[in-house]
Each structure stands twice: as structure tokens, then as C-alpha cells.
Design a protein around this ligand. Structure first.
Ligand code: HSE
Length: 307
């Protein structure tokens, strides 16, 4: 086997209370990639469709993540990578993570799985370092593992997979503006008050417990972010209104997806998630902002082989 075509899921990082540590994979939106094993050393991005992004290996997140894997591999050859972007860059649903995670996962498959999933997270994080200046794992880990993941520790890297209830659905709206993760990180404060910390780690614990216990109400009341959301929401048109209308439409909770500008809500059941999507659309129709909406079940598998 020398070629694989894959689907690599979009992801919601942070999940409100878990800045840089929590993430979840989506089923309804993701990129496609085709990776070919070759004898010539190195990585080439041979095709990139759907977005205007660099194709030079050192400037492309898939290229950089792939090189990180090759550096630690015995394989003397290389890979050609075709990327078909369905996730918009700067949308806040893990566009760069999908490319990085997709590249290293597929290369590992084509090499006969020499690396563990934890190692793949480390390689994919190099793509995130290129994209945002910080090698965070809260998008690449759920893209690789599927479901919800918790980065318990970065040093050493310790990724925990979190189970979730089957009727949990996500609604994501992407207002058609681009917010670069690097920029939306620059505006954050570098220290927090003890009071805010207490609220935030209470919610992280509550969310994890709610997911384990399949307690939708607990999941909902834990989807609060007292630290990042008040700062970043200023960059997102209609954020407060959209959040309150989503909750009125039945969402369990609502917050910024990753570094924004996408906004996500969780609901119990597909029908409620669709109603939330309709409520979200109305807000942007009223204020004249273009948008994409995705209603998705949680992706439990991560990257999938296509064809
Ligand atoms: N945790 C990262 C951030 C995710 O919020 O900056 C970026 O998608």
C-alpha cells in the first residue's frame, strides 16, 4: 500500500472552559488528503485546493508536521501530499490541525505504524507551532483520536480520551471573517486572578464529569469561560446575542470555537442542534454577516480512510 485517501475532521478547541487543554472532533466537516509514499527523501505538497495557503514544505503545516515525523523515522524515502481543504483557514475549527494531523497519521499508516498516537500528536503540534506560534495540542489531539480529548500535561505530553454521551450534537456557525490564531492569542492576558482560576477549573472538572456521567445538564452548566471569552468575544460580531439566542433555542451551552471567530453550541439531540443552527443564522441574517453553519454529531473515530 503506497497511497491513502483520508478524511480529517474539524475540531472545536478549548470547549469554553479548557483553554489549550480540551478539544472535540466533528463529523460533518473536515478536509480530505491523499498521501503517496515515494522513494525520494522529503515531503512535497503536490496539490492544495480549496484555500490560498503556501505549498512550500517549510511553510505548510502538513509539510512541517511531516518533516518532524520523517526526522525520527528510519524510512529513507518521502511523501507527496495532496490537500483538499474544506475547512476554511482562520475559521476557528482546526483548519491547520486537520492538515497537520492528517499528514502524520497517514504517513504513519503507510509506514506500517512505527509511531504511537502520542508521538503523532507531538509531530502534528509542530504544524500548530508554525500556524500560531505555539505548539498547542487541543485541536490535533481530537483530530487524531476522535471524541473529546484532554491535554492533562504538555510536559510530559499526556493526552486523555474522554467518553461522551451519544445524543450530544454540536452546532457551529462561522461568520465569514478570518481571525488568525496568532493574533487572537496576542490579545490575551498572561496571568489570571485566583478567583477566575477557581471558577474555571470548577467548570473543567464539571465538564469532564458531565461527559463521563452522561449528565447533559452538568455539561451545559460547565460550558462557561470566565477568562478567554470576555476578551476574544469582542472580535466576533453579535457574539452575546448569538449566545443568548442559542440558549433560548435549547442549547446546553455556547462559546467560542478555538480562537474564533466560529461559535459553537452543544445540544442534546439532532433536532435541538438544528433549531440552534436556525437561531444562529437569524442573528447573522439580521446584522448582514455571511456565515456557514455546521450541525454535527461528535466524531468518535478521528481520521478515517476514504474509498
Ligand atoms: N487553544 C487554542 C487557542 C486553539 O485558543 O488559541 C486555537 O485553535
Amino acid at each position: 500500500m503506497d497511497t491513502l485517501k483520508i478524511f480529517c475532521p474539524a475540531t472545536i478547541a478549548n470547549v469554553s472552559c479548557g483553554f489549550d487543554v480540551l478539544g472535540v472532533a466533528l463529523d460533518a466537516v473536515g478536509d480530505e488528503m491523499v498521501v503517496h509514499k515515494r522513494t525520494k527523501k522529503g515531503i512535497s505538497i503536490t496539490k492544495l485546493e480549496g484555500q490560498e495557503l503556501p505549498t512550500e514544505t517549510h511553510l505548510n503545516v502538513a509539510g512541517v508536521a511531516g518533516l518532524a515525523l520523517l526526522e525520527q523515522s528510519d524510512y529513507q524515502g518521502g511523501f507527496d501530499i495532496e490537500i483538499y481543504k474544506k475547512i476554511k483557514a482562520g475559521s476557528g475549527i482546526g483548519s491547520s490541525a486537520a492538515s497537520s494531523a492528517g499528514a502524520v497519521w497517514t504517513m504513519n499508516e503507510l509506514l506500517g505504524r512505527p509511531f504511537s498516537m502520542a508521538k503523532l500528536v507531538e509531530f502534528a503540534m509542530e504544524g500548530e507551532r508554525l500556524a500560531s506560534g505555539v505548539a498547542h495540542a487541543d485541536n490535533v489531539a481530537p483530530a487524531l483520536f476522535g471524541g473529546f480529548t484532554l491535554v492533562r500535561s504538555y510536559n510530559p505530553l499526556d493526552i486523555i480520551e474522554i467518553p461522551f454521551p451519544s445524543q450530544l450534537f454540536a452546532t457551529v456557525i462561522h461568520p465569514q471573517i478570518e481571525v488568525k490564531t496568532a493574533d487572537s492569542r496576542k490579545i490575551l492576558k498572561t496571568s489570571i486572578s485566583l478567583q477566575d482560576g477557581i471558577k474555571q477549573w470548577g467548570n473543567v472538572g464539571g465538564l469532564i464529569a458531565g461527559l463521563f456521567l452522561e449528565d447533559y445538564a452538568l455539561i451545559g452548566r460547565s460550558l462557561q469561560d470566565h477568562i478567554i471569552e470576555p476578551i476574544r468575544s469582542i472580535l466576533i460580531p453579535g457574539f452575546d446575542n448569538l449566545k443568548s439566542e442559542s440558549l433560548k433555542a435549547g442549547a446546553l451551552g455556547c462559546g467560542i470555537s478555538g480562537s474564533g471567530p466560529s461559535i459553537f453550541a452543544f445540544s442534546k439531540g439532532l433536532e435541538t442542534a438544528q433549531n440552534v443552527g436556525e437561531a444562529m443564522k437569524k442573528i447573522y441574517q439580521n446584522i448582514g454577516v455571511d456565515y456557514d453553519v455546521h450541525v454535527s454529531k461528535i466524531n468518535s473515530q478521528g481520521i478515517k480512510i476514504l474509498d
